[in-house]
Design a protein around this ligand. Structure first.
Ligand SMILES: Cc1cc2nc3c(=O)[nH]c(=O)nc-3n(C[C@H](O)[C@H](O)[C@H](O)COP(=O)(O)OP(=O)(O)OC[C@H]3O[C@@H](n4cnc5c(N)ncnc54)[C@H](O)[C@@H]3O)c2cc1C
Length: 464
């Protein structure tokens, strides 16, 4: 991590956290305000930057922490910001289709891989629903006002509000919506995923006509682009933990930082403090004193109670390219999905090799239950090698883990975007401490909430 400041100095914008959110907002701020002589400092408590979007290189394979696909590619919030700071990253779309692997059809002369629709054309032709149902659903969601359905669950909608009598049509649509809740919303819990936010995600997909993409060169390209934009404009990174924000009449005037070695120091802040740490940890960033005396206790409790998404992950590194599948592959029995992502960006694996990642969303409350985790990982693995039997003879290595926080907020009816802490207003009780990240009110689903939240915050900060 580059060093960049000494104790007891002054900065204009102080950003807490050097994950993708900190890099993203840091690049926008440095690009706009650096040339005007204003300074940006990003503090990160860990010795490595990247947060939950970090990656490692193992035996020539680049392993992201989970799949880390980017919704909407060149039309995404990340791509828009990269262009604005004059850094260009290519977003690669899978050349192949997405499929559902359903082992219950094996041996019945039906292909176990059934196409999963990703665009309008595919949706209309999908064997899951049939043309009439698909068309009528498309017309319906175009007309629906998503705001009215924010606290309506998917189950409530399909069982009580859809109004289709035909059981077969309802089942086909239900299957499609379930898989969308799993992959698009990372919330395959039909009794709580917000149908309003699902509609918004559908309409965004239909409008942008791009679903999942992967950055050329992996996430390194995105981090490098933002880092360059920060450093070229005088912005800096510092390894230190923010242990307190110090206020005068509700205005943050300084932060207390604890470097890995040496004494705590105070940095005076002129303009704003931007916290990109998941809101569940807000209290530890503000410090107990400020948290209790400046920010409302109710607000902090709401932040701490926010449920993240969690997931079991299996990375598979193979010595040879056993398939050319590059779209999303759903494993229906284990309720997981994944991608052979080196078939989208070959640079992620050594030449002739193959790298894929599968992911099973699990309830956050189960993430520390070791025996449940092992069952989830074993189920996924068994189905994966059943779908691709060649895996076992070509294995370089497998990495298995459970991430207790994937996205900072599950998009459910109790914490849809109108109920999450705002990324467009300062934290209640303060006039210049802002939040952004995937646990805030950004639009979208999954990690995209974080990227969009940065754009929403940027709209408020850019004219300061
Ligand atoms: C398994 C998995 C799969 C995922 N798949 C996808 C995907 O396919 N697509 C997608 O878009 N997203 C995905 N995500 C989500 C994505 O990783 C997150 O949305 C994103 O990385 C969040 O970035 P952030 O910067 O907002 O927060 P974080 O990455 O959490 O960064 C916060 C940073 O703040 C630092 N910090 C914390 N406290 C302090 C402090 N007091 N002082 C200083 N620094 C501090 C932390 O060390 C961290 O580096 C996935 C996540 C996981 C775990």
């Amino acid at each position: 991590m580059s060093e960049g400041t000494s104790a007891d100095e002054t900065v204009d914008f102080l950003i807490v956290g050097a994950g993708i959110g900190g890099h993203h907002i840091g690049a926008l701020l440095a690009n706009r305000f650096g040339p005007k002589g204003k300074s940006v400092l990003i503090v990160e408590k860990s010795s490595k930057r990247g947060g939950r979007a970090h990656f490692i290189v193992r035996d020539g394979y680049t392993l992201a922490y989970g799949i880390h696909a980017i919704r909407y590619g060149k039309k995404s919030a990340l791509a828009q910001s990269l262009r604005e700071v004059d850094k260009h990253v290519e977003f690669l779309e899978p050349s192949g289709k997405s499929y559902i692997y359903n082992s219950t059809t094996v041996g019945k002369h039906i292909k176990p891989f059934v196409m999963f629709p990703t665009g309008v054309g595919g949706f209309l032709k999908s064997p899951l629903m049939g043309l009439r149902s698909a068309l009528s659903f498309l017309v319906k969601i175009k007309r629906i006002k998503s705001d009215r359905y924010m606290d309506v669950s998917l189950r409530d909608y399909t069982e009580n509000q859809l109004g289709w009598d035909d059981e077969r049509r309802r089942k086909g649509l239900g299957e499609f919506l379930f898989l969308c809740a799993e992959s698009m919303m990372v919330c395959p819990f039909e009794d709580r995923v917000s149908f309003g936010e699902m509609i918004e995600a559908f309409n965004e997909n239909l409008k942008k006509k791009i679903s999942v993409t992967y950055p050329k060169g992996g996430w390194k390209s995105i981090f490098d682009g933002f880092t360059e934009a920060i450093e070229e404009n005088g912005g800096r990174f510092l390894q230190a933990e923010c242990t307190a924000v110090n206020f005068s009449k509700g205005r943050a005037v300084s932060v207390t930082l604890k470097p890995p070695e040496g004494d705590e120091c105070n940095i005076t802040v002129n303009e704003a403090v931007i916290v990109t740490v998941p809101v569940q940890d807000l209290r530890s960033v503000l410090g107990a004193r400020a948290a209790e005396s400046v920010v409302s206790v109710d607000f902090l409790k709401r932040c701490e109670a926010l449920k993240p998404t969690a997931g079991a992950v299996i990375d598979v590194a193979l010595k040879s390219k056993i398939t050319d599948h590059s779209g999303i592959i759903f494993l229906r029995r284990s309720n997981s999905f994944g991608q052979w992502y080196s078939n989208i960006e070959p640079a992620m694996a050594p030449e002739g090799c193959l790298l894929g990642t599968w992911f099973k969303p699990i309830p956050a409350a189960d993430a520390n239950d070791k025996s449940k985790n092992e069952i989830a990982l074993d189920d996924m693995w068994k189905e994966l090698i059943e779908a691709y039997p060649e895996i076992e003879d070509n294995l370089d290595f497998v990495r298995r883990f459970v991430a207790p926080m994937c996205d900072g907020a599950e998009v459910n009816i109790d914490q849809h975007r109108n109920r999450r802490p705002s990324c467009e207003e300062p934290i209640p009780g303060t006039s210049n401490v802002w939040l952004c990240g995937d646990s805030t009110s950004g639009h979208g689903a999954g990690g995209e909430i974080g990227h969009v939240s940065v754009r929403q915050l940027w709209d408020k900060l850019k004219n300061m």
